[in-house]
Ligand binder design. Structure first.
Ligand code: S3P
Length: 172
């Protein structure tokens, strides 16, 4: 089985993924970390030095690679399901269960305000208003892909432990 966590930047994919991997005793793979390790560059450096198109190509390549694994919790980048045939690949992987961690724009922005700098798509946005406007539009476009996940889990007002328990309860 492979559990795939999907959602916008700041939706808690990595934090919940780590917790889930401890609970289920599955390996945890964060696709961004995996790409950074394989490319020997940070995500920001890849965007800056090689451009977003290169990043999307590598993201696609490494996604296909990790989708072959078993007993894994995989947390994706916020854009991963939205490019090429990535979502199709996720949905047709045998034994895969994809979960969209859905939050309101307000909650996403609150988390992203302090974590903007490592995220090349939003690092340049100077004010909270600009960030809110960007996230609102971007999330609207991306929801089309995210919503195709096998499960949609609303995370607002829930703890990491509560979300993890909810996911585990739904699996068995
Ligand atoms: C991106 C999200 C990031 C990372 C890259 C692009 C996106 O991952 O893959 O900066 O397009 O939303 P997180 O969702 O883990 O921040």
């Amino acid at each position: 089985m492979i559990i795939i966590l999907i959602g916008y930047m700041g939706s808690g994919k990595s934090t919940i993924g780590k917790k889930l991997s401890q609970t289920l005793n599955f390996e945890f793979i964060d696709l961004d970390d995996y790409i950074q390790e394989m490319e020997q560059l940070t995500i920001s450096e890849i965007f800056k030095n090689k451009g977003e198109i290169y990043f999307r190509k590598q993201e696609h390549f490494y996604l296909k690679e990790v989708l072959k694994r078993n007993n894994v919790i995989l947390s994706l980048g916020g854009g991963t399901p939205c490019y090429g045939d990535n979502m199709q690949a996720i949905l047709t992987t045998e034994g895969a269960h994809s979960i969209y961690l859905k939050s309101t724009i307000l909650n996403l922005v609150q988390r992203l305000v302090t974590e903007k700098s490592q995220r090349p798509l939003i690092a340049h946005l100077k004010t909270d208003e600009a960030l809110t406007e960007f996230v609102g539009k971007h999330l609207f476009e991306r929801s089309f892909y995210y919503s195709q996940s096998n499960q949609i889990l609303l995370t607002d007002g829930k703890t990491i432990e509560g979300i993890t328990e909810e996911i585990v309860a739904g699996l068995f």
